[in-house]
Design a protein around this ligand. Structure first.
Ligand code: PMT
Length: 222
């Protein structure tokens, strides 16, 4: 049916920030609220897909019917996605995943002693890259790109390097879009279609646009 274009398919979505612990009371995190990914999970579910949301720390929740797996760190988010990815056809990575984590986590609260404190950070696994590299021809992998400069070039580079089918690029230059906001303004990059620039709109409306584009591409290929 037209109202449920993704009936019979399943999807996994990441949303929110990750928190990388430094000691029992502190972490490295970012400003993601989770709203963008949550609205995409809701839209995929509304379109008929059986949807799993892997959600970093936030107070926001998805609609009833979306199965939510709550995680804290990038490694936990990776493990949850890697577990469900083989049995899904659609993967949308909207989380703001920490690229690095502290090399060691102090067992006790770090005391204020020295004037300069140095940390060593190690790379986290890249969830989007894992999905892109392991996808089969019936799987669709969609990534986001949050850029501050040379946006189109960086987004195109992510599309290629991460072997994604679609990159949704939002820019920190656009006021009232991106992190925390109720609205977003994006340009969508695909390997075989010109960039599609969408106007500023609510994250709910944007989520519907993204999901209809995914459904369109899946049906074109079928
Ligand atoms: O949560 P909101 O407040 O609603 O804000 C939405 C948002 C701005 C967080 C969202 O629209 C967004 O842009 N998410 C991606 C943010 C980001 O970290 O972008 P990036 O350019 O650093 O990462 C590129 C892509 O790789 C993303 O799909 C990201 O989820 C993925 N990634 C990155 C690192 C990593 N270790 N694993 C990943 O999967």
């Amino acid at each position: 049916a037209k109202e449920k274009p993704l009936a019979g398919l399943s999807a996994v979505v990441t949303a929110g920030p990750t928190y990388e612990p430094i000691d029992p009371v502190r972490f490295i995190g970012n400003h993601s609220s989770g709203l963008m990914g949550i609205t995409i999970a809701n839209a995929l579910h509304a379109a008929g897909a059986q949807t799993t949301l892997v959600l970093g720390p936030t107070h926001l929740t998805a609609n009833v019917g979306v199965e939510t797996i709550k995680v804290t760190t990038a490694q936990q988010m990776f493990d949850a996605v890697a577990g469900v990815f083989p049995s899904t056809q659609i993967a949308v990575m909207a989380a703001a995943v920490a690229d690095y984590r502290p090399a060691t986590v102090a067992h006790q609260k770090i005391k204020k002693q020295v004037d300069e404190l140095e940390f060593s950070l190690v790379k986290n696994p890249d969830i989007l890259l894992h999905c892109g590299m392991n996808k089969s021809s019936n799987q669709w992998v969609v990534g986001f790109a949050l850029e501050t400069n040379d946006e189109a070039a960086h987004a195109m580079d992510k599309l290629r390097r991460k072997n994604a089918d679609m990159i949704v690029m939002n820019s920190m230059q656009d006021k009232g879009a991106g992190f925390g906001s109720a609205n977003n303004k994006v340009t969508i990059f695909e390997p075989e279609a010109g960039p599609l620039s969408l106007p500023l709109m609510t994250k709910q409306d944007l989520a519907k646009e993204i999901v209809s584009l995914i459904a369109k591409r899946i049906h074109e290929k079928a």
